[in-house]
Design a protein around this ligand. Sequence first.
Ligand code: GLP
Length: 247
Amino acid sequence: MILYQVKDYKELSRKAANIISAQVIMKPHAVLGLATGSTPIGAYEQLVEWYKKGDLDFSKVTSVNLDEYKGLSGDSDQSYRYFMNTNLFDHVNIDKSRTFVPDGLEEDSEAACAKYDAVIQSVGGIDLQLLGIGGNGHIGFNEPGEAFIPMTHCVALTKSTIEANARFFASMDEVPKYAYTMGIKNIMSANKVLLLASGEGKAQALYDSFYGPVIPEVPASVLQLHNDVVVVADDAALRVCKEKGAL
Ligand code: GLP
């Protein structure tokens, strides 16, 4: 694992954007695995800025997003499709027909998940998978559980994840209770993984994920078994790692 320790969110965003840019510059046909949540927003802003300056070209890039709420359409402003459009896709020259997000409106979970696995396979796998991390160690929407679930699946979101995501909705009741998410094998099959962690709320999860045992109760801990992981974390997110003498 390569760990970049940065001062704050601003530095984290710039470093993450640098790594994503490097991937796109080195391989214009790259398949980017993209993530939502508040953490990658700064990196997306930076990418848009560099695109506008003429330093980046997304015209040949394909993207596959990690997850989507079940029951939300791409037009709903809380959906992850909408998030991706407004935070990145609408502002760069990516071909939208080559941007993929699980279909939240497909009610048949099995069909939705099988379709998404087929999409990931058809694009030839993921070159760089961007990840945030939940306060409970979740990646995508792979929640803590009894086993690592390999492929795209439908999850019942945990209470803590629903509470954490409620800030994006008018009320807690409006937060969907289910989501479609790539599974652990989908994520682990990416050639490279870039995980971003910012803020005190991620400090324990970050320590448990990279310095604790590899267990499904801490989904991100599986990344210890991946041989090309880059972590960018700010001082606040690294507090527990430092206190425990891991760094
Ligand atoms: C959601 C997303 C995850 C994300 C997590 C953390 O649950 N499904 O992909 O990593 O939130 O979000 P944030 O970056 O806002 O802390």
